[in-house]
Design a protein around this ligand. Structure first.
Ligand SMILES: [Zn+2]
Ligand SMILES: [Zn+2]
Ligand SMILES: [Zn+2]
Length: 103
């Protein structure tokens, strides 16, 4: 099962939000369609707060959700290692939950 969501990385525009290659280059997450498929049940990516952008500052898609802004829900228990934030102490994805915050 999967559902169609607006691509978080480009906000559904289908264009590269950072104009890395050229202003008309397609979003590398959704290949220019503006939509992405996410396996259900899906939860908002806590690592990038659903923006799809890498919170570490690099102008690349979030390494946890791949730029989609959502992750397939892995469980309904808050990860105790990161307390649901999806982050480890050095701002990298939590090693226990993989950055999803839930296990
Ligand atoms: Zn996109
Ligand atoms: Zn993310
Ligand atoms: Zn965790």
């Amino acid at each position: 099962m999967a559902k169609i969501l607006r691509c978080a990385f480009c906000s559904g525009t289908g264009k590269d939000p950072f104009d890395l290659l050229s202003p008309i280059s397609s979003c590398l997450v959704c290949s220019g369609t503006g939509i992405v498929e996410v396996e259900v049940p899906a939860i908002t990516c806590v690592f990038c707060s659903g923006t799809g952008k890498n919170p570490l500052g690099a102008r690349v898609p979030c390494i946890v959700c791949g730029g989609k802004g959502h992750n397939r829900c892995a469980g309904d228990t808050k990860c105790t290692q990161c307390n649901g934030t999806g982050r480890s102490t050095d701002a990298l994805p939590c090693t226990r939950c993989g950055g999803k915050g839930m296990i």
